[in-house]
Design a binder for this molecule. Structure first.
Ligand code: ARG
Length: 560
């Protein structure tokens, strides 16, 4: 039942369309005001009347019915109250029949969204700085699927650049396969750091390294074997972290994939007269748009990050024919994406307008002990492990006899980190604090997971329930139902604004509403009708809470 639509079609006034009304209807800030409100200010100009009078006209013509029990005119707002019994009945009916599909939509049918996220660098650590792009992108991926879009998740690997020549140099000089296989990316980092130390004294090393890099590009067998070895090793290592975070990709086409796909871009730029020479380099001038030039080819003819992104954009349009192409990348790259999008526009690509940079703020650790240790980077995996360890500590203290506590600590610890990273608006910088994200009583992942296990516990003890008729509805029951009813709109809005935090915050509101209901409304021990009705509310809460967490990439334990 779409109440907005229903109210909008019931309201009649010359000069105002049902669609206009539907768009203006909002959920009032205070529950006592009612279930829906229509601000009448917007119509004042067209109808040449005061909002209060307009609201009165609407009200006069409105008759209450089985769905809407009353309408009030308060200072130019029309406040509608639903017939509670009918509302709860419809909602529970919908939830019962749709189950896990509740909130899904066909909004995205026939439309494709590409999402570029995580996009890690080969042979470099997967560190705390990648947390946001990974979990925001991963969540958007799930949200758009839920909304019916065809979604393509792309890990645009940083697997190109002279650093790979340096790494080959270092590997040959001081490395061996066994150690790299044993210690993974950490060993590659050690070699890389050693290279830089040595190269300070012996700058001629750089020429050799550049040679190795050219070898990779020219298809030299040995150089490519090493490159592939480093790449696969890195991917194997990160895949464990991706698994923990419930992150998947449809494509791992990174920068090197575009080695042979840039010519067409360069050619088109030339043909359109967009390329000019500047200090030997080929650039697109963007001063007219208040941006520095976008460098396409260096003076030695080498391509750049931007060139590869242009080629990738062409490739994605040709391959996936996207309706939207999103880049979940830190705001430090704002300029880069503005340049890329502008160059595509200058190239006359009508789809340039469908490209969007989904920027986010920085993550830093409050727990300085780990972040600053000899300037060491903080591996994302270490953060996850530490969160799980701390979580196990909490369980050992509060519920030491819990079965499978290691596994539960894993689910809750990882969930806490994801939830923490997705709680604030995406553009805000975050200071990450373990105790804060793990606080079972805070606005956290564990808090929402706990509400889920509470629902599961109720259902374990009371069974699945059965038929019921809805009698009197208490305030807490109704408040819970109102929260549940918001879910479909919440997912849509999170998708529209590219903001998983909308779901995160909502899940806390819903968990709070459930907890309030749970404490004030007895379930076990009530007569069957009441018990079944409250069980249906419990089951619905569990369904929606689980969907919310699922959309964030968080699992739900059985008990905790
Ligand atoms: N690898 C890059 C980095 O770590 C991010 C790549 C983002 N995606 C892109 N298509 N440019 O900064």
């Amino acid at each position: 039942m779409d109440y907005k639509k229903y109210v909008a079609t019931k309201l009649v006034l010359d000069g105002v369309s049902a669609q206009e009304i539907e768009e203006l209807l909002v959920v009032p800030p205070e529950k006592e005001m009612g279930d829906l409100a229509l601000p009448c200010f917007k119509f004042a100009k067209v109808l040449r009347k005061s909002p209060v009078m307009i609201a009165e006209d609407f009200k006069q013509k409105f008759t209450s019915d089985e769905y809407i029990s009353s309408v009030e005119n308060v200072n130019g707002y029309l406040n509608f109250k639903f017939n509670k019994t009918q509302f709860v009945k419809e909602l529970l009916g919908e939830l019962q029949s749709q189950g896990d599909d509740y909130g899904k939509s066909d909004l995205g049918n026939g439309k494709t969204i590409c999402i570029d996220y995580s996009s890690i660098n080969i042979a470099k650590p997967f560190h705390i700085g990648h947390l946001s792009t990974t979990v925001i992108g991963g969540s958007l991926y799930k949200i758009y699927k839920f909304l019916g879009y065809n979604v393509v998740g792309i890990n645009h690997l940083g697997d190109y650049g002279t650093q790979f020549g340096k790494l080959i140099y270092a590997f040959k000089a001081w490395g061996n396969r066994q150690d790299v296989e044993k210690y993974g990316v950490k060993e590659l980092m050690r070699l890389y750091v050693k290279y830089h130390q040595e190269a300070k004294e012996h700058p001629e090393m750089d020429d050799v390294a550049r040679g190795y890099f050219k070898d990779i590009e020219n298809g030299d067998k040995e150089a490519n074997e090493l490159f592939v070895f480093f790449k696969e090793l890195t991917l194997k290592e990160v895949s464990k972290t991706y698994e923990k975070l419930n992150i998947t990709f449809d494509s791992y086409n990174g920068e090197s994939f575009y080695n042979d796909k840039m010519d067409i871009v360069v050619k088109e730029l030339q043909e359109k007269g967009l390329l000019v020479e500047s200090d030997g380099a080929q650039v697109v001038m963007l001063d007219e748009y208040n941006m520095p030039p976008c460098i396409i080819l260096r003076s030695d003819g080498a391509s750049l990050y931007a060139t590869r992104d242009l080629a990738a954009a062409y490739y994605r349009k040709n391959t996936y024919d996207f309706d939207k192409c999103l880049y979940v990348v830190a705001y430090q790259q704002n300029l880069h994406f503005k340049q890329i999008f502008k160059v595509l526009e200058l190239l006359g690509k009508p789809w340039a307008k469908d490209m969007e940079h989904v920027a986010f703020g920085m993550v830093s650790l409050e727990d300085g002990a780990m972040s600053t240790r000899e300037g060491k980077v903080v591996f994302l995996d270490e953060v996850l492990d530490k969160a799980c360890e701390k979580c196990l500590g909490v369980i050992n203290e509060k519920n030491p006899d819990l079965e499978n506590k290691e596994q539960i600590a894993q689910t809750v610890g990882v969930g806490a980190v994801i939830f923490g990273a997705l709680y604030g608006g995406r553009i805000k910088d975050i200071t990450f604090n373990y105790d804060k994200v793990l606080n079972f009583d805070g606005e956290t992942g564990p808090y929402v997971q706990y509400a889920c296990t509470r629902c599961k516990g109720v259902m374990r003890r009371a069974g699945n329930g059965g038929e019921f008729t809805i009698g009197e509805i208490s305030q807490d029951e109704y408040a819970l139902a109102q929260e549940l009813a918001k879910f479909p709109e919440i997912v849509k809005s999170a998708g529209e604004k590219r903001e998983p935090s909308i779901i995160t915050r909502y899940s806390v509101d819903l968990a709070q509403a459930y907890n309030k209901f749970y404490f004030n409304c007895r379930i076990l021990g009530e007569e069957d009708n009441v018990k079944n009705y409250r069980l249906a509310l419990t089951k619905s809460a569990l369904t929606v809470l689980t969907s919310c967490l699922g959309l964030l990439g968080i699992n739900v334990p059985e008990k905790m």
